[in-house]
Write a protein that binds this ligand. Sequence first.
Ligand SMILES: [Zn+2]
Length: 253
Amino acid sequence: MFYMDILFFFVFGVLLGSFLNAWIWRTRSGKSIWRGRSMCPKCGNTLTWKENIPLVSFFWLRGRCLTCQKKISFQYPFVEIVVGCLFAFSAWFHAGYILLTFRDAFVLFFLTFVFVYDVTYQEIWDRMTVYPALFLLVPTAILGWHSGMSITVGVVVGAGFFLLQYLISKGKWIGGGDIRLGMLMGVILGWPLILVALFFAYVGGALFVLPFLVLKKQTMASRVPFGAYLTLATALTMFYGMDIVQWYIGLIS
Ligand SMILES: [Zn+2]
């Protein structure tokens, strides 16, 4: 039964990854996600059922649009596979605890949204941070995933940390989107895990940037926006943050 869960969440993730691709494209082109059918981004033709099967279509039609024959970005199947694997991981990690599996799948969906959009367009929208944070607050409060105190301190620290940098640098170091991403991180992780995630993001960012600085290729390194590190650090912390902290405390005591 357990393996059926993992398979179910993989397929569910691939479907939502396909939805995420559409949402990313519609966010970029200013269209509503609720209206109109999917179409080819190159020629604008409405997709037939053959072209609209997540993952399968891309490989079946060898990554081309049936109407204009132009190549479809590899980002489409990539996002579908990634979200599928992340959902399957959540099912594996929680081993039958369906509510927690759904919660983390929900969180991973929006972290992927931020990651892909921030890396591609250097923007973070409220629909990727504020709305999922508000949505997540309800079950978190009812089911007691974090205490009210833990969320409050988590949000104040997460958002406040970036707000402070925003004010000091007058918006040069970070954008307003990072402040709202900090708020989402606070709701997901609570206190004190928010600190662990911020720590991972900075260490990860430094480790990634260092080789580029040594090779004097700063532009390559600065092309990865900070939101990318924050989302990766949040995903790592939500699953393994406590283990890593306990391992560290064991080392120093
Ligand atoms: Zn086309």
